[in-house]
Design a binder for this molecule. Structure first.
Ligand code: NAP
Length: 489
């Protein structure tokens, strides 16, 4: 890294974000001898989504043996589904173990980037420019909290916050709490806070499908065995991998989801056997899998508590003292917690990213986010997206996808160097063909056919987030770049 002036830093590769994606590629760049990189992290610590989401009860819904780097297995996981503090500590350990820390620049909020024909000028909010040949965005899709525009919210006299910006200074004990949203985050924090609050009104717009979570502590003995015999842990990981992969057929063919639907219905029946009224409220009306399948052992029990009410009437407005539903009833509350998810579709295009011939990424994505293999975008040379469009998963660990993209990005960089070229760009027709293929598959999948709306779909109803198939298929296609997909500049 060369610091040319206070305002300009020059590196070979600028990496945006220090979550799984940013740290993962940093490790592999070092291993490939490409040590001149800098991570630009807008926060003041590392960890991405596992730093931002620290709400009570926050945990992963994919088993930690799989939701971790294959190259840094952790024999010390204390639970099958680790909780947020342990995952965050794992990422800190990765940064220490691979000596990444001195090349992370905190408080580096990227506002845009411009390609000038030879390199990218990455602009930071503090006025610094980072000049880099290659730019890798590891910013993920879930970092920009979405708070609905509810009339009167600004007049609310109590405390209101989003689950990804949890206000730990606000004591919930004895408070009347309104929770808006019933997604993957809310089903984790509702059971965690329900025992402490005076009352909790859960505003549910759409009832989610919930399955029991096979979460349990990992015994000291088992951890000792994993430490002594790493192969055992690899076997455990492989077994988990294939159990998840077996679900793909169902997501791609909604009729096959019926079997999983029956398991969820049985769980619902058992959970609300004594309260058919509540069961009716929380019974989903779409095919399981259409929205993310939620795993929890304590969500349904929390809904059965005397101090918890599920409100299914829509929200009309917020007053100084509570939430008013469309039937005119006011639900008084001291605190509103938004479990309302994230702004997805345009999180990258809100930065000003200017590629070849002045093309703006925001304009290129006006009709929907598109990339080749979710990683490169025609007209934006030497720019790589980790967890880009259509690389998300409904069935397994995102770390698998990130680890598939990394060799692809490295191969692209090596190709540029091997040919003494300036840059590598994507052939637009190949990108278009790829997206036509992906969309054709997705049209038949449960996310489009299951009778629900979700953040997987953009405003045109197209699924721009998920990969339509097995993770091993994606891995095969990203093992190396296909020269026909790219041009060297
Ligand atoms: P989400 O899944 O997008 O859920 C948002 C919830 O808020 C939904 O129930 C939604 O209702 C509701 N909502 C949104 N706007 C509303 C409005 N104006 N009025 C009433 N309700 C409204 O968000 P999330 O729970 O934060 O999860 C986001 C993603 O993060 C997940 O899908 C998952 O990928 C990830 N996540 C993962 C884990 C993990 O364990 N690995 C944990 C948490 C989150 P509708 O359903 O009607 O839209």
């Amino acid at each position: 890294m060369e610091e040319r002036s206070a305002a300009t830093v020059t590196v070979d590769t600028a990496i945006v974000g220090s979550g799984f994606a940013g740290l993962g590629i940093a490790v592999k760049l070092d291993e490939a001898g490409r040590r001149d990189w800098l991570i630009l992290e807008k926060g003041d610590t590392l960890g991405g989504t596992w730093r931002d989401n620290e709400y009570p009860g926050c945990a992963c819904d994919v088993e930690s043996h799989l939701y971790s780097f294959s190259f840094r297995q952790n024999p010390a996981w204390t639970r099958t589904f680790a909780r947020q503090p342990e995952i965050r500590a794992y990422l800190e350990d990765v940064a220490d173990h691979y000596r990444l820390r001195d090349r992370i620049r905190y408080g580096a909020h990227v506002t845009g980037a411009e390609w000038d024909g030879t390199a990218w000028d990455v602009r930071l909010a503090d006025g610094t420019t980072v000049r880099a040949r290659f730019v890798v965005f590891g910013t993920g899709a879930l970092h920009d909290p979405s708070i609905p525009d509810i009339e009167g919210l600004d007049r609310f006299a109590g405390t209101a916050f989003h689950s990804a910006r949890w206000d730990h200074s606000h004591d919930l004990r004895g408070k009347r709490v309104a929770v808006i949203g019933t997604g993957a985050s809310a089903i984790q924090f509702v059971p965690a806070i329900a025992p402490d609050v005076e009352s909790l009104t859960l505003f549910q717009r759409t009832a989610p499908w919930v399955l029991p979570k096979g979460d349990k502590p990992i015994s000291d003995d088992a951890r000792r065995r994993y430490r002594r015999f790493p192969l055992l842990q690899r076997l455990a990981r492989t077994a988990i991998y294939w159990r998840h992969e077996a679900l793909v057929a169902g997501f791609m063919n909604p009729r096959l989801m019926k079997a999983i639907g029956r398991v969820a219905t049985t769980y619902l029946d058992r959970s609300f056997a004594k309260d058919p009224g509540l069961k009716a409220k929380v019974t989903p009306d779409f095919t399981i899998g259409c929205k993310r399948i939620l795993l929890s052992n304590d969500y349904y029990p929390a809904l059965r508590r005397d101090n918890v009410d599920v409100e299914t009437t829509g929200i009309a407005r917020v007053t100084e003292t509570g939430v008013v539903t469309t039937d005119g009833v006011e639900h008084p509350c001291d605190t509103i917690v938004f479990g309302t998810g994230f702004r997805i579709a345009d999180s990258l295009s809100r930065m000003t990213i200017t590629g070849r011939d002045g093309a703006k990424l925001g304009d290129a994505w006006r009709g929907g986010m598109e990339a080749l293999l979710g990683t490169t975008v025609a007209g934006f040379p030497n720019l790589f997206l980790l967890t880009g469009p259509n690389t998300g998963l409904g069935h397994s660990s995102m770390v698998l996808m990130i680890e598939s993209q990394i060799p692809y990005v490295l191969d692209a960089m090596n190709t540029v160097d091997r040919h003494r070229a300036t840059a590598i760009d994507t052939v637009r027709e190949r990108q278009d063909d790829f997206n036509t293929e992906v969309q054709a598959k997705l049209e038949k999948a449960v996310w489009s056919q299951g009778g629900c709306g979700s953040w997987y779909l953009d405003e045109h109803g197209r699924n721009r987030t998920l990969w339509p198939g097995a993770t091993f298929t994606y891995r095969r296609r990203t093992r190396r770049i296909d020269p026909a997909d790219h041009v060297l500049l």
